[in-house]
Design a protein around this ligand. Structure first.
Ligand SMILES: [Zn+2]
Length: 436
């Protein structure tokens, strides 16, 4: 039995059992937190004791929706033809990028993206993957790369008709194979990935629905009503809305992840609540795509999680920027820390089937440490303001009781090699995109 006692810590676990606890200790045994509090007596304690020198510790942070495949998009050339709307933006930018990806550039995207997650304290990632020219085995590549960084990963392939029927069938098979393979892996949560209603025919949705009936319990992970075009498409096919279309094919369950939902109706929200589906809000992506701001009423009634949709891997920044985007629109304010530190752990617990996202007994020992030296008093009443406006990057990150980042240095990972390779692969990827 491996025991590790971390002492001299200040705990911030918003919405957890202990929101703010100074001079605390955490005892870890075999990947799991066994004690949290003050005054742990270590008489007869034979494990390893580490003085954390007054660092602040947060629970491992969760990103409830992202696309690691888009990691190499930073700095790429603008599209030849300027997109005039949301669908054209997908066609000219993202669907060219995903088609240009090959095995080397996919691996470089995963490595550079996951490294950035660790360096920003994001230890659980719910990913939505697309690489239509590397379908078979792409999710194994993601699971294995995530495993080398020690993060929890939810994987799925965003199946779609947009590259033809044969491609859709390969993507569906990749989801099915992955769900069967990783259903009982504690660090992996496989999902049934769908791109969006408007790129899937009724025949394809029927195939997905049939496939799910023979699989271990797992929900769909799908973009919904990110733009009005998605709703108009569903109506054009004879449905009242995207959500009602998904319900018609029995695709809504208490394991479903519904992403965006900006143009959902009140009736749609009732259906999602009835089935226990989880909504995920991505404020910086919505602002970047100019698709609108998710209504405060939807946030209050649905309790969504917080994702970045590939925009970044620093979740405290996403919470801050979400707050500011909303402030610029006259919308009533939203507590983004509640989405991040309450709703995201709720989603993660549900889809991984174990306690993650809080610092409490029996939780997986995923912890993020900051050597934050506040310029004003930090206390139980004002830590939210420090989290949003003061915290920088963490100094140390631990997952499953093992340090992955120690004093700002990656442990057992060659940062220089990963960065050099991702720069090289980004150039290859961008020139492949130009040819499409
Ligand atoms: Zn997305």
């Amino acid at each position: 039995m491996d025991q590790l006692l971390l002492h001299n810590l200040n705990i911030i676990d918003p919405f957890g059992e202990r929101e703010f606890l100074e001079h605390a200790s955490i005892l870890i045994e075999d990947e799991v937190i066994k004690f949290v509090g003050r005054g742990y007596s270590h008489v007869d304690f034979e494990g390893h004791i580490l003085d954390m020198k007054g660092k602040i510790v947060l629970p491992g942070i969760i990103n409830a929706h992202t696309h690691l495949y888009s990691t190499l998009a930073m700095g790429m050339h603008p599209p030849r033809k300027s997109p005039k709307n949301f669908v054209e933006h997908l066609q000219e930018v993202w669907w060219k990028l995903d088609r240009a990806l090959d095995k080397e550039s996919v691996l470089a995207s995963f490595e550079a993206g996951l490294m950035d997650c660790i360096q920003n304290g994001t230890t659980t990632i719910i990913d939505h993957h697309a690489s239509p020219n590397l379908v078979d085995g792409s999710l194994d590549l993601l699971v294995n790369t995530a495993g080398s960084f020690g993060v929890n990963i939810s994987v799925c392939f965003e199946s779609s008709d947009r590259n033809g029927e044969a491609n859709f069938m390969d993507e569906l098979s990749e989801n099915i194979r992955t769900i069967k393979k990783y259903a009982s892996n504690p660090y992996v949560s496989p999902r049934m990935g769908l791109h969006a209603s408007f790129t899937l025919s009724d025949e394809s949705l029927e195939k997905v629905s049939k496939a799910l009936q023979g699989l271990p319990e797992c929900g769909i992970h799908i973009h919904v009503a990110e733009d009005l075009a998605d709703e108009k498409d569903a109506q054009g096919r004879g449905y009242r809305s995207v959500i009602q279309r998904l319900e018609k094919f029995n695709l809504l369950s208490n394991q479903s992840l519904i992403i965006h939902g900006i143009f959902m109706t009140r009736e749609d929200r009732h259906l999602l609540l009835k089935h226990g589906c989880k909504l995920v809000h991505n404020p910086t992506s919505n602002a970047n795509n100019q698709v609108g701001v998710l209504e405060t009423e939807i946030i209050e009634s649905m309790g969504p999680g917080l994702g970045t949709d590939g925009m970044q891997n620093n979740m405290l920044k996403e919470a801050k920027e979400g707050t500011l985007v909303r402030a610029a629109t006259d919308s009533p304010s939203v507590n983004y820390l509640e989405l991040l530190f309450q709703n995201n752990p709720d989603i993660a617990v549900k889809i991984f089937g174990k306690l993650i996202g809080h610092i409490e007994e029996e939780a997986q020992a995923d912890l993020v440490f900051y050597d934050y030296d506040p310029r004003t008093e930090l206390n139980t009443d004002n830590f939210s303001s420090h989290l949003l406006f003061g915290f920088g990057k963490p100094s140390d990150v631990m997952t499953r009781g093992i340090f992955r980042l120690r004093n700002h240095q990656l442990v057992d990972m060659d940062e220089a090699r990963i960065r050099e390779n991702s720069r090289k692969q980004s150039k290859r990827l961008w020139s492949a995109m130009k040819a499409l």
